[in-house]
Design a protein. Structure first.
Length: 461
């Protein structure tokens, strides 16, 4: 426990939805929901206006539409969000060398390590300045929590939402936590919360009153002892500058169950290539290829294959994923497919050939991994993808919320598309709410475009 509240937790406010509202003047102050728009889609983020109707993250999109039928429903623009996140993380990096990102919109910062704060007054000043800098740089707001531990800093940022700052003075933790629900403590989910409730423990004060021995009896040694320490406000976890990725994966949920074996195979190959693109983007390679299949009855199967050495070759990953598919029964239909790579490294299979060659030249072969047979050989011919239908083309090209540019009317965004038409609202982040016009989906003067920066001179995807 630190003597000063020098651990900062930043959480951007309704990040995806707020970014969409900032880029689309006609949506400001209105309910906005970002997520998958198909019948099996889920909510990624809801604006505060949408939350008043009961819409929240991870809710099925169909339920969200019933609760807020007049909200704007948009497809995520992750490249755009990553660009804004990069701006925010750069601001955090100026405060300290110890910045621990948790997601695109959330991070811990050790202000003491950066030498920018050593007491409550200086920590509060840094937090307020950070909020002003984020607003000036991105046009968005973030909430800041300051405390002597990571757990309390995160609790403080939740208390600060939206667009606020809360500082928890060291020494006040027990008073603050006591009346709160046990669910406020990290690691206490619905199952643990219910287990504690059945034992008559519903608040943090009751955890402390029960004592460590009783918690160990109820939850086991590791979980019980850790929960007791956190209930006392003790959290010794440091801010870690680099969080090593353990795996990279992508997955898709389909609006209608897939039954055709060829279509399933094509989707697996497409996912494998997307996974490799993300793998290379992170500067990694991996040894273990994982296939995830969720069937029509919600049963989920995972299969994996471990290679001799790490690779970021799309052919190798694709072929491994399809081999794994060959041993999975898809009878009855598939609702979700995923491909992942784990066992990450910062070198690739090709490096193993170089290592072997160097060792051979030096007369040393012991300890050098043998390359995977065929891994560097000629690529197998790709199976041609089935041509998309006109409806699929329109849906992919004109996703609600995505950016477009018209040769005459300029920049705008897609409000919706269907039956061969696409509706566009022409406006920019700094403009007044714009007019709506409708075009044929194949109008040669209308094209997809990159997002515009929210603030002049700001970053775009």
């Amino acid at each position: 426990m630190r003597a000063a509240p020098t651990i900062l937790h930043l959480d951007m406010d309704a990040f995806f939805a707020a970014a969409e509202q900032a880029s689309k003047p006609s949506l400001r102050g209105k309910p906005v929901v970002v997520g998958g728009l198909g019948p099996r889609g889920v909510v990624a983020t809801a604006s505060y206006e949408a939350r008043r109707f009961g819409v929240h993250s991870a809710m099925p999109m169909g339920q969200a539409r019933r609760l807020a039928p007049n909200a704007a429903y948009l497809v995520p623009r992750f490249g755009f969000y990553r660009a804004i996140s990069g701006q925010v993380m750069e601001l955090l990096g100026r405060l300290s060398p110890l910045v621990e990102p948790l997601s695109l919109d959330e991070a811990f910062v050790d202000l003491e390590a950066g030498g920018v704060a050593d007491d409550s007054a200086s920590a509060r000043a840094v937090g307020e300045r950070l909020r002003r800098d984020i607003l000036a740089t991105t046009g968005l707001t973030g909430s800041v929590g300051l405390a002597g531990t990571k757990m309390l800093a995160k609790i403080a940022s939740e208390e600060a939402k939206p667009d606020g700052l809360v500082l928890i003075e060291p020494g006040t933790e027990r008073e603050l936590l006591g009346p709160r629900s046990v669910r406020i403590i990290p690691g206490v989910g619905p199952a643990t919360g219910e287990h504690l409730r059945r034992a008559g423990i519903t608040t943090v004060a009751e955890i402390v009153e029960a004592g460590e021995d009783e918690l160990v009896r109820l939850l086991g040694r590791a979980h019980g002892a850790g929960l007791y320490r956190m209930a006392l406000g003790h959290d010794e976890r440091p801010v870690v500058a680099e969080r090593d990725a353990k795996s990279v994966s992508v997955e898709d949920t389909f609006d209608v169950d897939l039954h055709d074996r060829l279509r399933i195979r094509l989707e697996v190959e497409r996912l494998a290539e997307r996974c490799v693109a993300r793998l290379r983007g992170s500067g990694h390679s991996g040894r273990t290829i994982v296939l995830k299949v969720r069937r029509y009855d919600f049963s989920t199967l995972t299969r994996s294959e471990t290679l001799r050495g790490p690779t970021d070759d799309p052919v190798v990953v694709r072929e491994a994923a399809t081999r794994l598919l060959d041993v999975v029964d898809t009878t009855g239909g598939v609702r979700l497919l995923g491909v992942g790579v784990s066992g990450l490294a910062d070198y690739t299979q090709e490096d193993l050939f170089a290592q072997a060659e160097q060792a051979e030249q030096a007369g040393q072969t012991d300890g050098v991994p043998e390359p995977e047979a065929g891994a560097a050989g000629e690529a197998a011919a790709e199976m041609p993808a089935a041509p998309p239908t006109a409806t699929e083309t329109a849906e992919r090209r004109w996703s609600p919320g995505h950016d477009v540019r018209h040769a005459v009317y300029g920049a705008g965004w897609v409000q919706g598309s269907g039956v061969g038409r696409v509706t566009v609202r022409f406006e920019e982040p700094g403009s007044a709410p714009g007019r709506v016009r409708t075009f044929a989906v194949d109008d040669p003067e209308l094209a997809a475009s990159d997002p515009l920066p929210l603030v002049e001179g700001g970053a775009v995807a």
